[in-house]
Write a protein that binds this ligand. Structure first.
Ligand SMILES: [Zn+2]
Length: 356
């Protein structure tokens, strides 16, 4: 995401803040002085800790977490892959809200003694004790909002993972998406019938509705792709290049064929590198067409096998941001390449077939 500032690295995870988050302290300082700054720092810490808990559990399951981005509306943990089982999804999703609940429970009695029960139950930004109470209530509110059973909130994922014990992943997603749509409609109804109409809640309703629909299409894409093997759709012809070929020859090949990504193979047909389209375009932009393939190619890249399901190949492309993968056999001999275009073409054909 553009416009983020790196703050710190904690437990091996980069914590970044979106610049729009900076507007808040200025605004709150203007409105409430130091108490405003304090409350923003408290929100910031609670959201960051919430996301960090999701990330720590995910990392425990071997899922790579690139970074956590904090936005004024909440946080996003950028994970490289998806949970592999409903149990993993459940544990990762519940970790965030559970942390906020535990923190709220632990802090309740000490704060009740320090602030008094009246102040604790009357948060305000006028007095310092009211501000402390405000900071306290961030946790239960954050937990409550995130536990709503609607995508993209954690509650939507928790609901799906519980439904997936009884139903297939696709069916579980469909039911959870239905709940998401229902909540969006309830939010929209409340927003439009309040006096005056609550525009922020209306926007949240719209966001929740779209996020639920998005989750549905991702799930149906994955279920379709998990029924088709790479071999079933592998294009017949593939052009490969030699490590000693010049980049201008590769560009020529790219322009005269439908192929945009090139596997690099040795004389024995063994794969040794990969030239994705982005690298080739970069070479043109940097005027490095006289360079040899081995100077430009990727040496560390994922591959697929023909017996692999398309869903797994697609996940590899997704997590490495590549638009193609070389397909090899057990001996490392090139069999072809599979591209994102292949995947989407197959998906649109099969999805159409299913709808009939
Ligand atoms: Zn969360």
């Amino acid at each position: 995401m553009k416009g983020t500032i790196k703050i710190l690295t904690i437990l091996g995870i980069k914590l970044e803040m979106h610049i729009t988050f900076l507007i808040l302290p200025i605004f709150f300082w203007f409105m409430y002085g130091m108490k405003g700054i304090f409350i923003i720092c408290a929100i910031f810490t609670c959201v960051a800790a919430h996301e960090l808990m999701h990330s720590v559990v995910a990392k425990n399951y071997g899922i790579k977490v690139d970074k956590i981005i904090l936005l004024p509306i909440g946080g996003i943990a950028n994970m490289r892959s998806n949970p592999k089982t409903p149990m993993q999804e459940f544990m990762i999703s519940i970790a965030g809200p559970l942390f906020n609940i535990i923190l709220a429970l632990v802090l309740y009695f000490p704060l009740k003694i320090v602030l008094g029960s009246y102040s604790l139950s009357h948060p305000s930004l006028i007095t310092w004790s009211g501000t402390m109470a405000y900071a306290y209530w961030i946790n239960p509110i954050l937990a409550g909002f995130n536990l709503l059973p609607a995508f993209p909130m954690d509650g939507g994922r928790i609901l799906r993972s519980l439904l997936a014990i009884k139903f297939s992943y696709l069916k579980a997603t469909k039911i959870a998406v239905g709940f998401g749509h229902l909540f969006a409609l309830i939010f929209a109804f409340i927003a439009l019938t309040s006096q005056p109409p609550n525009l922020i809640l209306l926007l949240i309703a719209l966001f929740v509705f779209m996020a639920a629909s998005q989750e549905q299409s991702v799930a149906s894409l994955k279920s379709t792709l998990n029924n088709i093997k790479v071999l079933d759709v592998l294009p017949e012809n593939v052009y490969s290049v030699n490590p000693q070929t010049t980049m201008s020859d590769v560009l020529n090949q790219m322009l005269h064929s439908n192929q945009e990504d090139f596997p690099v193979v040795t004389d024995e047909g063994r794969i040794t590198g990969f030239l994705p389209r982005e690298k080739i375009i970069l070479t043109v932009q940097n005027k490095e067409l006289d360079k040899k393939v081995y100077e430009i190619m990727l040496v560390d890249f994922p591959t697929a096998t023909s017996s692999e399901f398309l869903g797994s190949a697609y996940s590899k492309m997704e997590s490495t941001h590549l638009k193609a993968l070389p397909v090899i056999d057990n001996e490392g001999i090139l069999k072809g390449i599979i591209t994102l275009e292949n995947v989407s073409r197959v998906y649109s054909l099969f999805a159409r077939k299913q709808r009939k």
